[in-house]
Design a protein around this ligand. Sequence first.
Ligand code: ADP
Length: 499
Amino acid sequence: MDKNAITLSQASEISLSLAEQKQGLLSAIIATSDDAIISKTLKGIITSWNPAAERMFGYSAAETIGQHISLIIPPDRLAEEAYIIGQIEQGNRVDHFETIRLACDGKLVPISLSISPIIDRKGIVIGASKIARNISDRQIANEKQSILAAIVASSDDAIISKTLEGIISSWNPAAERMFGYNEAEVLGKHISLIIPPERFQEEAFIISKVSKGNKVDHFHTLRLAKDGRQVPISLSVSPIVDSSGIVIGASKIARDISEQLSIQQEKERLYEQAKELNDKKDEFIGLASHELKTPLTSISGYLQILSTMVTDEKGRLFVAKTRQQVKKLSALVSDLLDVSKIEAGRLQLSTERFDILQVLKDAIELLSYSNNNYDISLKAEIAELQITGDPHRVEQVIINLLTNAIRYSPGTDRIIIYLSRELHEVKIGIQDFGIGIATEKLKDIFTRFYRVDDANPNVSGLGIGLYLSQDIILRHKGRIWAVSEPGIGSTFWFTLPLE
Ligand code: ADP
C-alpha cells in the first residue's frame, strides 16, 4: 500500500479534527471580539452571549441565555425587533442598522447592528446571529463635529480654511456676508482673491508662520470684498494639523472691525474738535485779557491824577472806591493773561537771588493794610533766607493764598503763616480757620477754573488763583498742597528748593 495513502477511518478522524479546529477558531474569534456577538432563536430567545456582549450590556452569559432579547431593547424600540425578525425569516441580512440598546445599569448604548440568519443543514432559518458594535465614541465625535459645524455656520466672524498653497477649502456664511463671494465662487480659488495686491507679502508672512506650526493673532489688515470695498479686519490664523501632526493648511478667523474703527475715528474727531475749541478759548482769553489790560492801565493812571485833583470828601471817597475796583479788575485781567500764557507755554520766570522772608513780610504788610481787622502772624524760625527764584511770582503765590485764606474765612480774624528751613528746601504754610474744604474736593482745587461752588456761594472768583500758584511753584521745582477740614480751616503749604 502506498505509504502516503490513509485509511477511511483515518480520513474520518482527520475531517473530524478539521471541523473541531474550525469550531475552536470560531469560538476564539467570538470570545476575543470587541463587538458583542449574540445569537437568538426566531422567537427571540438568547442562545449565546459572548464576553464583549457582557462588557457592552453588563449582563453575564448565564444571566441572558434563555432570556428574551427584549431584555436589552428599550421599550420604545420593541417594534424594531419585529422588523429584524421579519427580515431574518425571509433569509435576509440586516446590515449596519444604527440603534440604541439598554444596558443592565439602565444606560442607553448606541450601537451599529449587523444581523444574519442562522440556517440549519436543511436550509431552514432557525435563528439569528447579531453583531453589535458600540458607536458611542463615533457618536460623540459626530456630535462634536456637528456642534463645530453649527458654530462655524452661525459665527459672526468669517471662518475660512485654506491649504498651505493658499487654496480656499472652506468658507462660512459670515465670510460670504463679509466679502460678498458665496462658497461655490471661492472653493478651490486662491486666497489672493480677497487680498489687496499691495498686501500680498502679508500672505507669505502668514503662511511661513503657520507652516512652522505657529499662530498669528489679531493681525489688523485690510481685505478686498467682491464689490471692491476694502474691509478692515482683525485676523487670527491657526495651523490645521493632521493626525500625524503635520501642518496641512491654515484656518483663519476674520473679524470685521469697520464699526470699531469708525467709533475710534469718531472719538478722535470729537477729541480734535474739543481740543480745537479749547485752543480757541485759550486764544480768546489771551487776546481779551491783553486788550483789556491797555485801557485798564490808562484808567488807573487817570484815576491817580484825578485823586490829586478832587478836593471834596465825597468825590475823594468815590475816586478811592473806583481805584479799588479797578485794582481788582486789573488783578483779574493779569491772572487771566497768566493762564493764557501757561496754556501757550509762554509763562516765564525771571530768576534772581532774593530773601524769601522779606517777600513774605511785604505780602503780609500789603494784605494787612487792606484787611486791618485780620491778625496775620508770621512764625518764622529764621531771620533771613536767600533763595533763587522769581520774587514777583513767589509773591503772587503768597498773595493768592493769603487772599483765599481771608476770603474763605468769614467771621474769623486770624491767619498764621509758617516759614521753616528744611534740609533742601524752604517750607511755607498759610493757615486759616475758615470754612475748610471737603476731602473729596481737595484733589481738584488746583485745577483750572475749579471752584467748590456749594461751599462758597457768596465769594466770587474764577477758580484760577490756585491753578496759577501751582504752576508757578512747579516751575520753581517746588511742591504745593493743602490740608483742610470743613468747618475747622485749611493750611496751604508750598516748598521751594534751596539750590
Ligand atoms: P477762586 O478763589 O477764584 O475761586 P482759587 O483757584 O483760588 O479760585 O481757588 C479754587 C477754589 O478752592 C475756591 O473756589 C475755593 O472753593 C477753594 N479754596 C481755595 N482756598 C481756600 C481756603 N483757604 N479755604 C477754603 N476753600 C478754599
